[in-house]
Design a protein around this ligand. Structure first.
Ligand code: HEC
Length: 610
């Protein structure tokens, strides 16, 4: 999957048709390419033992790396770079923007909550805890928990806004638990805020950007602590902190590959934390000095009380040497199979499902671009369904920058970036539904080893463009929502489609008016409650649609500056990956997504009908 989690290079090129220079966000490919070309000759080279390993540099703060390049021991190397490249490198390597270390700390904010009363039991009240309110990833909030009816939606008004200081992407899906918001940021700070006022209870600084949603659950074995907040960062670290105070309980690194990271929300269930691991190796491993490719996706189960590993299952077998490239650098395969989505827990079948990304090097195992089912207890693979075969993709491999590291055929860069949705039909039959970037949607049978129940095509590839790389990327990216009738997917090409869960037939389509000549994508995940579906877009507009026929009930433009409760300059931008979290009549969403190089933003918005 491309870009930092966003769309691939391809989509990025699409969103930037004029070839405007892009500002890199954390984890974009520009940093990794510069690092390979300018730094890896020493860092990671056994003949230069004094140079810290790439991994050690990634644990440093952006300020420290920037300082090394501008005034410190790496000044000669830094002088050979542009100021943009130095900043980008510091941002990419540390996984956090420059300048946020002080400003992001809650202790330096003016809006502390007056007191921090004991948290109520999260399970007792309505909540949106993690990527979806349920383990099945339906992103559907039932009526009693939502506290919002279709006729109340037009009355929604902005209640407060919170700014992530010096942030560039507000891509954390907020979790709403016990009357508190728990949310991570690209600056590496995780915040606990009050739902009613946005006052801040605490912040915790992780060692890298925290994109995944936070999950809160009961924890044992830490005196004085009842509930832990669990989250992962851009360096494949996972954390448990006291949900009441933000005090660290444990941290564990789940993968030691140089570019391993956690981009999707772990699931916490029955005393375990299930962590999806992805890799940024595909952004640009085409440099001939780079031994491509060894990064691979995995799912890791940890003990929720201690962080100790229970099992780890890789999505592709261990990489083995294949050939030497034209510069004599050893190449490896298989690689890839990143998990970009939050896994789906099936308590009835004691299974866990996840979508995998493409491969990076030839040959590509058939567990890539697949939905994979593991045994929840042991991690043993139960079955998989490969939705796209032979997809080896690497950034920089289409066009003149192509090298001998590249796959023979590059792409089509499909990935299953959305969480499989597990739903029970009215006839009692269960389905596992997911979509792909090419617009295919699949329903699998979890009772029959993932055999296919139906397949639909929600985006047509225009005639004559069957072989176009870009035409394959107009479909489903970050995911849908489902009620007991339909599954609702936003589309990369714009708009939304509702499909009948039982058959895959189109129930309705919605298009949003767009200014002529502009391209707006609705690749973000949807959110549903009875009668209403929410979907945001790359233009920052948040739409509420009728679940019955797709007509627009309410719209709000988030792409503008906001006055914030913590008094930091903040603005909204693109919303490209998340949907709103809805609890007790309030809705919460972050706006800003620098990962695609445009429309950055750093604001968390809270709406209510009162
Ligand atoms: C010619 C070899 C070489 C190259 C090329 C090189 N480094 Fe280094 N780097 C080193 C060595 C050796 C050290 C340890 C220096 C020391 O401890 O004084 C180091 C240290 C560092 C440190 C730690 C500085 C500190 O204060 O602890 C950072 C950060 C760093 N390098 C980043 C980079 C980046 C980013 C690049 C690419 C733009 C790069 N280096 C290119 C050899 C190199």
């Amino acid at each position: 999957m491309a870009i930092g989690l966003g769309m691939g290079l391809a989509a990025r090129a699409q969103e930037n048709p004029q070839g405007r220079p892009v500002t890199a966000g954390p984890g974009t490919e520009s940093g990794i390419a510069t690092f390979q070309q300018r730094c890896m000759g020493c860092h990671g080279n056994p003949n230069v033992p004094l140079a810290p390993a790439p991994d050690a540099i990634r644990q440093m703060s952006p300020e420290k790396i920037y300082e090394a390049l501008t005034t410190g021991s790496m000044k000669p190397q830094g002088d050979a770079l542009t100021e943009d490249q130095r900043r980008m490198l510091a941002t990419f390597l540390s996984g956090r923007p420059l300048g946020s270390m002080q400003s992001g700390d809650a202790r330096n904010m003016p809006n502390h909550c007056a007191s921090n009363p004991p948290m109520s039991d999260p399970a007792a009240g309505p909540e949106w805890n993690g990527w979806s309110p349920d383990l099945a990833n339906s992103r559907f909030q039932p009526a009693n928990a939502a506290g919002l009816r279709p006729d109340g939606v037009p009355q929604l008004k902005l209640k407060w806004a919170f700014g992530y200081p010096d942030g560039l992407s507000a891509y954390g899906q907020p979790s709403i638990v016990s009357g508190r918001v728990f949310v991570g940021s690209d600056t590496g700070f995780v915040y606990s805020l009050d739902v009613a006022t946005g006052c801040v209870y605490w912040s915790y600084q992780a060692k890298g950007a925290v994109r995944p949603a936070v999950s809160v659950a009961r924890v044992e074995g830490h005196s004085g602590t009842k509930y832990a907040a669990y989250f992962g960062d851009a360096h494949a670290n996972i954390y448990a902190v006291d949900a009441q105070t933000g005090q660290e309980l444990w941290t564990t690194r789940v993968d030691d590959h140089f570019v391993a990271r956690i981009t999707a929300a772990p699931k916490v269930y029955a005393g375990r934390v299930y962590v999806p691991v992805s890799s940024s190796e595909e952004f640009s491993a085409s440099d001939l000095d780079y031994p491509c490719c060894t990064g691979r996706g995995s799912l890791v189960a940890l003990d929720a009380d201690t962080g100790a590993r229970v099992w780890k299952t890789y999505m592709v077998p261990e990489p083995k040497p294949t050939r030497k490239n034209s510069r004599g650098v050893q190449q490896y395969s298989p690689s890839g199979g990143s998990i970009w989505n939050s896994p789906t827990i099936d308590t009835e079948r004691s299974a866990i499902y996840m979508g995998t990304g493409d491969g990076q090097s030839d040959p590509v195992p058939d567990t890539t671009d697949a939905v994979v089912a593991l045994d929840l207890k042991t991690g043993k693979m139960l079955w998989f369904y490969e939705a796209q075969a032979n997809d080896a993709f690497m950034g920089g491999c289409n066009g003149p920058t192509r090298t001998d590291n590249c796959p023979k055929v590059n792409g089509p860069d499909q990935d299953i970036g959305n969480s499989p949705i597990l739903r029970k039909l009215p006839n009692g039959k269960s389905v596992v539904v997911f979509g792909m970037k090419n617009g295919k949607v699949f329903a699998l049978d979890p009772d029959n080893k993932g055999t296919i129940l139906w397949q639909a095509r929600v985006v047509e590839i225009p005639k004559g463009q069957e072989n176009s790389f870009y035409a394959q990327l107009n479909g489903v990216v970050w995911g849908g929502a489902a009620d007991d009738q339909n599954v609702y997917y936003g589309l990369q090409s714009g708009g939304m489609v509702a499909l009948k869960l039982g058959t895959g037939e189109v129930a309705w389509r919605a298009k949003f008016p767009t200014p002529p000549g502009t391209r707006i994508s609705n690749s973000a995940a949807a959110t549903a409650l009875p009668g209403v579906v929410f979907l945001a877009g790359s233009d920052g507009k948040l739409h509420a649609l009728s679940a019955a026929d797709g007509h627009v009930l309410w719209e709000y433009d988030t792409a503008k500056p906001f006055q914030t409760v913590n008094k930091v300059p903040a603005r909204g931008g693109a919303i490209a990956s998340i949907g709103p979290s809805i609890v007790n009549g309030m809705i919460f969403i972050g706006s800003g997504y620098a990962v695609t190089g445009t429309n950055s933003g750093n604001v968390l918005l809270a709406f209510s009908g009162e």
